[in-house]
Design a protein around this ligand. Structure first.
Ligand SMILES: Nc1ncnc2c1ncn2[C@@H]1O[C@H](COP(=O)(O)OP(=O)(O)OP(=O)(O)O)[C@@H](O)[C@H]1O
Length: 626
């Protein structure tokens, strides 16, 4: 890949002279204030009525966050601690401007509400790393830089920034290693987390949120990650907020501020070093020397060192103590902090890069991610062997009867693995097609495959059928003239792209993979059956479905790539017209141009539907948030 090679060359040149940009200051320092944040969700409950004991559904409101306040300044790192289910992720998501629904209270960024400009200035690292398994660390960062950085940077500058971040995150040693996944060994968990943080650091955010950046890591690796974050905050003037489960005592004292949550309530907010004194002042002191984080979690779970108190009493006591001793002080602190950043929201364009740039980077990344599929030895062998065998079937065949041997290829739009096989089966005169049809019907790719593939990347679908077709053609499996061959290839690719559009539209409308797959299966089956080849006598009242069927147009084009009206084939002792053969007749040989136009129309319309459906989801989320 060109961009990655550029990066490697640049890295060699600049490695020594480069100072990691960890000292680089935040561009727009952010004071994050949140006051009385309340978040509630409605949950269904089953209620039994008095008389008939049947279940009756009702909604119950659950308070997830109950009036949480705090302030985090540039250069500070806030850690949110608490038992599982205490509301850490909900609060982090709310502060990161990502939580819709019933959210109340005041969250301000330099005394202003969340805005597009703030979004550009904010990085959010989710708990689960969303990375491509087959890309290297360098490729991952370079592609993200090319996608996310605005056009005010040249391509070389974007690559340079990716290089800075790579060094900054301490990833130089594994820069050429694959990310890896469940079935592929790759970089370590700590390195993965660094790559995820690096992806956010590319946009140089002044406000950084991280959801459990140390979960699943050993204490040394966790320490390294938190040290990096500490540098970003303290050295770079950034505001860092994270949730963390059970930090070691070494980590605990690195946090400038700690917020302890229990069932959506604040139990402590303040500096990490003051925490033990505070709990001593409210009557709790660990019975044995222990990690302060463990002590805090025990208290948040209602476990007191004085075993006389029950869990409810402990929690209640700590909530009251918080209100009396911390809440008022915090209110004053919230009022005192002055915002110090100018509002430059007008400078923010709609998209950082053009449509074409996004398309080409995504295409290149998709190809790179799936190169192992294209170049997998087994797959290459499969392509070559099958294509070779298919070619052999027609090797030295009598070319004076070429026309008779030209088959009807209508399955080429199907599962790529069967394409040469289909070509072989269908490269027979039409009278033998019925047998071929029966043999092959079960092989037709399932719609679930079709939806899954369509929702994923494009190149695989385009490249493999093309490779098969070309090899088979070269081997003589397809006895076409070049124009027929190109026509065939064109109709095949057009069909695939239209089908992909349909998959995208379904996926975007339903937004549920399982439901989209099921719907896709039903739709595809309907389209296949209504397409005119399998069922030739469709009842009049559902005949119109044929005109919506991609298959109808695709079959027509594929048959058209083989036969022209007026061509004949030997049937018994006479010659019959190809267009009179029953299955060809039901599809028809005329109207080829109309088919191309309709398929192109479908290609556009399905994508527009997908776009509108996605936009609608975005708008609905915004309305919910508002
Ligand atoms: N949309 C929702 N609908 C129903 N319950 C929700 C919703 N969002 C959060 N909750 C509930 O709110 C509580 C807090 O969830 P949250 O994920 O914030 O906790 P957490 O402290 O981050 O937990 P963990 O450490 O296990 O990730 C949980 O009991 C969760 O089930």
């Amino acid at each position: 890949m060109e961009a990655v090679e550029d990066l490697e060359a640049q890295q060699q040149k600049t490695m020594e002279s480069h100072l990691p940009k960890i000292q680089r200051k935040a561009k727009h320092p952010v004071i994050l204030k949140f006051k009385d944040v309340v978040y509630k969700v409605k949950l269904p409950i089953q209620k039994k009525t008095l008389f008939n004991k049947s279940a009756e559904s009702a909604l119950r409101e659950k308070v997830i966050l109950n009036g949480i306040s705090g302030v985090v300044k540039p250069g500070e790192m806030l850690a949110m601690l608490g038992p599982s289910g205490s509301g850490k992720t909900s609060l982090l998501t709310a502060l990161g401007g990502r939580l819709g629904g019933n959210l109340k209270g005041n969250i301000a960024y330099n005394d202003k509400p969340y805005s597009k400009q703030m979004k550009r200035n904010t990085g959010f690292v989710t708990q689960d790393d969303v990375l491509y398994a087959h890309l290297t660390v360098t490729e991952t960062l370079v592609y993200t830089a090319l996608l996310r950085l605005p056009n005010t940077f040249t391509k070389e500058e974007k690559i340079g920034i990716a290089e800075d971040v790579l060094i900054q995150m301490g990833l130089s040693r594994c820069k050429n290693s694959m990310i890896g996944g469940p079935l592929l060994r790759g970089i370590s968990g700590g390195e993965r987390k660094r790559v995820s943080i690096g992806q956010e650091m590319l946009i140089d955010p002044s406000l950084l949120f991280l959801d459990e950046p140390t979960s699943g890591l050993d204490s040394t690796t966790a320490q390294r990650i938190v040290s990096t974050l500490w540098d970003l905050a303290q050295g770079g003037g950034r505001t860092v907020v994270m949730t963390i489960h059970q930090p070691s005592s070494r980590l605990f004292y690195m946090f400038h501020k700690v917020l302890l949550l229990s069932e959506g309530n604040s139990l402590y907010y303040g500096s990490g070093s003051d925490v033990m004194d505070y709990f001593l002042s409210v009557g709790y002191i660990p019975s044995v020397p222990m990690n302060p984080a463990d002590f805090l979690l025990d208290l948040a779970n209602g476990l007191s060192p004085n075993e006389t108190e029950d869990q409810g009493t402990v929690k209640e006591k700590l909530i009251v103590a918080y209100k009396n001793k911390i809440a008022n002080k915090l209110k004053t602190e919230l009022q005192e902090e002055e915002a110090a950043v100018t509002d430059d929201s007008k400078k923010v364009g709609k998209w950082p890069t053009t449509w074409w740039q996004q398309f080409s980077v995504l295409l290149e990344r998709g190809m790179k991610e799936r190169r192992h599929e294209f170049f997998d030895l087994l797959k290459i062998t499969q392509i070559l062997v099958v294509a070779f065998l298919v070619g052999l079937l027609w090797w030295q065949s009598n070319i004076t009867h070429l026309q008779d041997q030209v088959g009807l290829i209508f399955f080429s739009n199907g599962f790529w693995g069967f394409i040469p096989l289909m070509n072989a089966i269908f490269a027979f005169p039409p009278e033998r097609m019925v047998l071929a049809k029966e043999r092959s019907s079960g092989m037709y790719r399932l719609s679930s495959y079709f939806v899954a593939r369509m929702i994923s990347d494009l190149p695989m679908e385009l490249i493999l059928p093309t490779v098969y077709t070309i090899i088979t053609y070269l081997m003589g499996g397809l006895k076409y003239k070049m124009t027929c061959f190109l026509y065939y290839l064109f109709s095949q690719l057009l069909g695939i792209m239209v089908a992909q559009g349909l998959g995208l539209a379904l996926g975007a409308i339903v937004m549920d993979h399982k439901a989209a797959t099921t719907l896709g299966s039903v739709l595809m089956l309907t389209f296949i059956l209504a397409g005119g080849y399998y069922v030739q006598h469709i009842p009049a009242f559902i005949k119109w479905i044929k005109y919506l069927s991609i298959m109808n147009y695709d079959f027509k084009l594929l048959i058209g790539s083989q036969y022209k009206p007026g061509q004949t084939y030997p049937c018994g002792d006479k010659m019959c017209l190809v267009e009179d053969f029953p299955s060809v007749k039901s599809v028809g040989l005329n109207g080829q141009f109309v088919c191309v136009v309709v398929l192109l129309g479908m290609f556009v319309v399905y994508r527009v539907i997908a776009y509108v459906a996605l936009m609608r989801i975005g708008v609905t989320r915004k309305i919910r948030k508002a």
